[in-house]
Design a protein around this ligand. Structure first.
Ligand SMILES: Nc1ncnc2c1ncn2[C@@H]1O[C@H](COP(=O)(O)OP(=O)(O)O)[C@@H](O)[C@H]1O
Ligand SMILES: [Mg+2]
Length: 289
């Protein structure tokens, strides 16, 4: 049984500018279920981060609303943890100190021992047991990003919002962290909204992939349902018979359809209900949700 957790209801964002107002997007609609891992793909500047900031409560929509669990959001909340590309760790605090700091903001009346226990557990989950006493300057990029994930996990958020969290890492570390992120999110039933420009990352991680057209006035062109099995293994997905269908579909979108679909939406296109694409027969076939 799926349960709708996030409702993006007719959201617009406009920025004032020297040459008049820019509409990043308008009349954007999307639903995300509890426990779903959603990746968003689209060219730079289409509004992915703007939407994430609104979801985080760090920015407000010009029109429309975002509801989480049926309640309109009105600012940042510890229920929605954000993981950025840069890890933004406090440099003077240790790994344990950084994670414990987040825990103590969530459970203000918890004892020191309790806070430390939660922090240590999250640190162990991301594979950093033993590094609790290190400071950020002593950590590699991958380890810093793990601390960022531990910090987010430790506050047990309902939703994790990730903005290209692995894009600055080398390929090997990125692969390892993707694997860990998928395992952790599945084990904890985490709901995730993640921006990526890496098609393979989206295919490995996402249950559904939201394709945003170029901006200004970007639209959700399609929502692609990942045809790969849930027990997929990283490094093996290219052997799956559906892999090339989805990969080609995503790349074709980025290469050409992301512009065409902004300017000329297909007949019957409804922004409130963007086409859902299933690729499980090797052919792109849109059908209603
Ligand atoms: N604070 C701001 N003021 C004016 N324009 C902005 C602001 N933030 C973002 N934009 C514009 O909104 C558009 C979408 O930006 P962004 O959400 O960062 O794109 P993406 O994350 O998809 O690369 C861009 O054209 C950007 O220049
Ligand atoms: Mg961005």
């Amino acid at each position: 049984m799926t349960e709708k957790l996030i409702s993006i209801d007719g959201v617009a964002k406009r920025f004032p500018g020297a040459k008049g107002e820019t509409t990043v997007f308008e009349d954007l609609w999307l639903r995300i279920d509890r426990g779903e891992f959603v990746c968003v793909i689209g060219h730079s500047g289409c509004g992915k981060t703007t939407l994430l900031n609104i979801l985080a409560g760090l920015d407000t929509p010009s029109e429309g609303a975002i509801l989480v669990g049926g309640k309109e959001i009105s600012g940042p909340s510890l229920d929605r943890a954000v993981i950025f590309q840069g890890h933004a760790l406090l440099p003077w605090k240790t790994v344990l100190g950084n994670v414990a700091y987040a825990v103590s903001s969530r459970w203000r009346n918890a004892s020191r021992a309790e806070i430390e226990e939660r922090a240590r557990k999250a640190i162990a989950t991301v594979g950093l047991a033993g590094a609790e006493g290190k400071r950020p300057s002593e950590l590699s990029g991958g380890m810093k990003q793990r601390v960022g994930i531990a910090r987010a996990l430790a506050i047990e958020p309902t939703i994790m919002l990730m903005d290209e969290p692995f894009s600055a890492l080398d390929a090997l570390t990125r692969g390892t962290l993707q694997e860990e992120a998928r395992r952790i999110c599945r084990e904890t039933g985490q709901t995730v909204y993640m921006i990526t420009h890496d098609v393979d990352e989206a295919i490995y991680l996402a249950d559904r992939i939201v394709l945003m057209t170029n901006g200004p006035k970007a639209r959700i062109a399609e929502v692609v349902v990942n045809p790969l099995p849930v027990d997929r293994r990283q490094g093996q997905i290219h052997h799956d018979p559906h892999y090339y269908a989805i990969r080609n579909h995503l790349i074709d979108f980025l290469v050409s359809r992301s512009v065409i679909l902004r300017d000329t939406p297909p007949p019957g296109y409804d922004q409130r209900n963007p086409p859902v694409v299933y690729l499980d027969h090797g052919q792109p076939a849109a059908r209603a949700a």
